[in-house]
Design a protein around this ligand. Sequence first.
Ligand code: ALA
Length: 400
Amino acid sequence: MDVKRIRQDFPILNRKIDGQPIIYFDNACMTLKPRQVIDAMNDYYCNFSACAGRSIHKLGTIVTIRYDEAREKIRKFINAKESREIIFSKNTTEGINLLARTLQLKKGDIVLTTDREHNSNLLPWHIQKELRGINHKVVESKEDNTFDLGRFENLMSNKVKLVSMVHASNLDGYTIPADEIIKTAHDYGALVLLDGAQSASRVSIDVQKLDVDFFAFSIHKMLGPTGIGVLYGKYHLLKDLEPFMVGGDTVEKSTYTSHNLLDVPEKFEAGLQNYAGAIGAGAAADYIMKIGKDKIGEYIFKLNSYISSEIKDIPGIVIIGPADPVLRGGIISFNIENYEPHDIAMFLDDANIMVRSGVFCVHSWFNARNIKGAVRVSLYVYNTIDECRILIEKIKEFIS
Ligand code: ALA
């Protein structure tokens, strides 16, 4: 993988702030965008910025074709069986909320999550508890912060209707053993939803092989634009769900008193859509597939191993999550004893090193452990060993 070449695709990496280059380590929040994605979106705005699926004129036809092509690219990206199983949403959060609102869970039904869910896969179940009386249960991790299959199996029963779990954690980068979890859940007749916000960009996803029922992800974390995400669902499941939003382009016909809904995916995509976003999403998927997710995964693991091995023994540093970087993907979350995470992040920002600090929308995990927050370095394909070296020096400088 030619990282030097890849970096040339990202205009923002040429940018200097206060005369210094930027070192961007906030990829779990938002990745940067390559020229190919920006060009694909500009192409829409400059050359065919009309409505898809409605107008039969030439521009309308082009955007309809491009929107369909984008859906097909995303299908390939996760190896879904059919492109109608790909619903464009606003982001992972919307995909999960769509399911929480439409799955028709009943009083006493159990939804199982991990103990490190992003608020987007926690609050929807709190609300379902209030609205419908479901039970939400949490599978506690092992001491070393890895998934506890034994505890999970003990919590499984035929009352569990949905296992909704973060595939790769934005807290510590840990990826759950999805194959085993899905198999066990299905043995009990439960459906499985994976929050793929962090995994889609770096783990090869084959939804058919995984046999996962629903998979939600955000395009802004995989080199694409903001405001566009994907909810994958098996067709036979999606077809029976009621949409939670209806309106333009969701109906075949309507009278003053009745309507017939269209099939999937249209019935879940009410109103004018984010066409530029979807087209940008297709370009982002193409870009990642061209490099190859296995190569990306291996590369960010190499960077993670380097940073982890250099900082783990520095007195005062506590790394969050499993000790072995191979289990933490592209994330190193850490604390320095007696210092505030935001102060560390501000110190790094003075050198244009951009990390995230705080609780990363996983308040529940931090609150349960009485930890105020952490500093998170999250890596992606354009980061370099040199950037990691500068980061390590700055962390040492902060401590000294
Ligand atoms: N979930 C995003 C993050 O972890 C916002 O930064």
